[in-house]
Each structure stands twice: as C-alpha cells, then as structure tokens.
Ligand binder design. Structure first.
Ligand SMILES: NC(=O)C[C@H](N)C(=O)O
Length: 466
C-alpha cells in the first residue's frame, strides 16, 4: 500500500478535505468500533488541534507533512492530561503529569493524537486479552485475537481508524500484532527512540516504534521520533533516513534465515510454505540466500522471560498505591501494599512479578538471573557473527497463526512459546520490521544494530518481490 500520510497531506493542502472532518470521522469510527481498541478518546484535544490546522490552511500557510495527521497511542505512554492506564486496574484513573519524548516530538510536528489504545496490561502478553478493557479483536477475523501487546494500535491502523499508531515492543509487541493484522510494524534499534515517558516493562529491551500501512509512513514517523534524549541515557543520535535511498536495493546482496526456525515442529505448515515461497522469489531476484544456525526456541524464550520478568518485578515495585494508582486501604501499611497489588494486578502480571522476584532473590540470582545475562550476551555475539555473513536476516514473525480469543489464556506457557521468533531480536537490540505477506502473519526483516535504514530498504525490495 502507498503512503497514507502523503495522500492525506495532499488532500489537506489541496483543500479536498478539512482536518476537522477527517478527525471527526476517525473519532466516530473509533467510538463505534466493536474491536475493543479504545481505552480513552482524546476528542477535545484532537478537535482543537484540527481547527488550528484548518485555520492555517485557510490562511494559505504551509503545513508540515505530519501536520493534521491523526494517530493513536498505546496506553502505556504518558501524554500530559490524559489517563494512562497501561490497561490495568491499578492505574485505571491515573493521569499523566508529563508527555513522553517520542509523543512530544510527534505533537511538535503537528500530528493529532486521537486515542489511547488498548493493549496487554503493562505489555504483559501476546494477545491483548490481558486487559481490563476487553479482548482486542483481530481486524481481519474478529474471532481471533488482535495480537499483543500493542493489539489495539495494530487493529486501529488495519481498520483505518488511525493513520498510524505508536506501539511499544519489548519482545515482539509491535511486530507480532502487525503480523496478525497484515500491516507494517517496526521495532527500531534499541536506543534510537527515547523511552522517556513510556511505562517501563523490561527496560533493557523496551522499544518505541510505529505501526502503519506502508514503509514510507514507517520511515516518516521513525525520522520524527528518533534522536538522542538526555532523559534517556541509552539513546543515540541517528541520521535521518532518506526516502530515495531506501528505494534502491544497493547494499543487499545476502539474506540469511535460521534453519531451526523453519524446520521446527512448532511452525504451522502455512507459515512455513509462505516463508519458503518468499525465499524462492528472493533468490530469483539474484540475492544469495544462506541458512544460519541459531539458539533453540526454548532457550530464546526462557532467556527473554527470565530477564523480562526480573525487570518488570523491579519496575512495578513502585506501584503500591502510595504515589500512584488505585490504593486499597487495609489495617496497616504493609497490608495496604499487599491488598492494593494483589487486588489490582492481573493474573498474568502477578505471575511475572512472582517469577521475576524469584529470579532476583538471594540464592537464585546467580543460577538464574546471571545465567540469563550470559545467554543474552551469547545471543548478541551470535548475531554479530551472522551479520559478517549476511546483510539481512529474514524470519516469519510467529510460528503460529493468531489463536482464537480465549485460547491463549488457557496456557501461558504456550503463549510465551508463540514469541519464539521475535524475542531473540529483542535480546540482540536489533532493528526489526514486520512486513505483511497477505496472510495472518508476516515476514520479519532484521539488520545489524543501528542499520534501521537497511531494514526499510529491504522492505521496499520485498514489496516488489513477493
Ligand atoms: N511486551 C511484549 O513485547 C510482548 C511479549 N509477548 C511479552 O509479553 O513480553
């Protein structure tokens, strides 16, 4: 699909539509939607901003590319004056005191925030069913899950309720719902976009990224959000990615894929067939394809969940009803903490806090946590070796197609295993993009650290190839 942002920009500039009508139409679609994508609507703010854009256009002033473009925000981002619930009961009424850097940059560029979007609570999940706002339904088939944890964001884009949405990806939360809903979703290199103002889940792999319907829209939004931020010391300065540069296939000679992913018993036959057919088409275009060895799914999933649970147990320890959230008074302070947390956190979040505290506790941390860190280093080293042999690693996004609503909740372990193909790239802190394949799960393009440009370039190449 071509750029929605460029199309709407032209329509606004040519006065074929007004920004107010556009925003009103999207707000109506969002408020009537039955896919459970909305936690809260930002109608007043959005309509005020739209009126300003219309005034500017009426006066004949120039507008920027993102000015007047309506977008959605996963409900884990602070946006001053809005409720930021993380889809949890504990923060049901929590109002953000400040705005996340990534969102502020979009607001500064004139984009119009419409909605705080439903997701798995605190990012804990792969289906967007772990939420107090009702399970997000898939855009293609509403009996299936919308994917997670940025499910509401992906479905809103797929259904055209928003032009793009900002998701968050710790172990697949942008890429997997993008795949399940047949659109694009980018997890940039860790540190390319500031995490300041995102509700922290697992700080060592949390990434901010765009979900959209075209490579060009991903590029535009990525450029605006990227950059060093003194409020997040893990950020780095990056060069803008140029539209024309990513239209050539220069620098793409070799593509690799992990043999064990594709030969695994867990992969669905449709996904395997679609993947191998894409590989044949890539080869036919003269690109060399190499198979690579990688860690087994069980190792990847257990390393990721060991570290993610440890980090979330630590990050969420601040939510005890004292400074934030839905405090439940009990007999004494200790009881108040306990009741506030046990009554307000979901089963899945409690599972992760208990698991994470076990990982970090004295007597266990050497055997479990330190082992997890060592494996993470080994995985990162493996990637460094791989990128000496290939330019791009291609993979399916998930081994499975989206499950029916309700099924993932029955078996958390099976849900963790469905992240087998996304979590390794998170641990490696690599740039990874989901591209749609016309099916219910997409292809995942990964390049070496800080080479987000090559990922987008290959996505353009793939668009004309498969
Ligand atoms: N947050 C994410 O990136 C999703 C992943 N399934 C997790 O629960 O950790």
């Amino acid at each position: 699909m071509s750029s929605q942002i460029l199309k709407i920009h032209q329509q606004l500039v040519n006065k074929e539509i007004t920004c107010t009508d556009l925003v009103q139409e999207k707000l109506e679609l969002l408020s009537q939607n039955t896919h459970n994508t909305v936690n809260s609507l930002l109608s007043d703010k959005a309509l005020k901003l739209a009126a300003k854009v219309d005034k500017k256009i009426a006066k004949g002033e120039n507008i920027g590319l993102l000015e007047g473009i309506p977008f959605g925000i996963k409900d884990v981002y602070m946006v001053q004056g809005t409720t930021t619930t993380a889809s949890s009961n504990l923060l049901k009424n929590y109002k953000s005191a400040y705005t996340a850097t990534a969102i502020q940059k979009l607001l500064d560029a004139g984009a119009i925030p419409l909605v705080k979007e439903n997701c798995d609570s605190f990012g804990h999940g792969s289906s967007s069913e772990n939420t107090i706002f009702g399970a997000v339904k898939n855009a293609v088939n509403p009996e299936l899950v919308g994917g997670g944890s940025s499910g509401g964001s992906a479905v809103n884009v797929a259904k055209d309720y928003t032009v793009f949405s900002i998701g968050g990806d710790t172990g697949g939360s942008i890429r997997q719902p993008a795949g399940y809903n047949n659109i694009y979703g980018l997890k940039p290199t860790y540190g390319r976009i500031s995490r300041y103002g995102i509700m922290a889940y697992a700080s060592s792999t949390d990434c901010v990224g765009p979900i959209a319907k075209s490579v060009e829209d991903i590029r535009i939004v990525l450029n605006v959000m990227s950059g060093k931020d003194l409020k997040d010391q893990t950020t780095y300065a990056s060069a803008e990615i140029d539209a024309d540069t990513i239209k050539t296939s220069e620098g793409i000679k070799t593509v690799g894929y992990f043999k064990n992913f594709i030969e695994s018993d867990a992969i669905s036959p449709e996904i395997k067939a679609d993947f191998l057919s894409a590989i044949e088409k890539i080869k036919a275009k003269g690109i060399e394809v190499k198979t690579l060895d990688f860690f087994e799914s069980n190792t990847l999933v257990s390393t990721y969940y060991t570290l993610a649970m440890a980090e979330t147990a630590s990050n969420l320890s601040r939510l005890d009803g004292t400074n934030y959230g839905n405090r439940i008074e009990a007999e004494n302070l200790k009881e108040t903490y306990a009741v506030t947390r046990s009554e307000n956190f979901s089963e899945e979040t409690k599972r992760r806090i208990v698991g994470g505290n076990q990982v970090l506790s004295q007597g266990f941390s050497d055997a479990i946590y330190l082992k997890g860190l060592a494996l993470r280093d080994a995985i990162a080293n493996n990637f460094e070796d791989d990128f000496k042999k290939v330019d791009i690693i291609l993979s399916p996004v998930t081994p499975n197609t989206p499950p029916k609503i309700g099924d993932s909740l029955k078996d958390p372990h099976a849900m963790y295993l469905s992240d087998a193909y996304t979590v390794g790239f998170s641990l490696g802190q690599l740039p990874t993009l989901t591209v749609p394949q016309g099916t219910e799960t997409g292809l995942q393009i990964t390049a070496a650290k800080q080479n987000d440009e090559l990922v987008l370039k290959f996505a353009n190449f793939l668009k004309d190839t498969i």
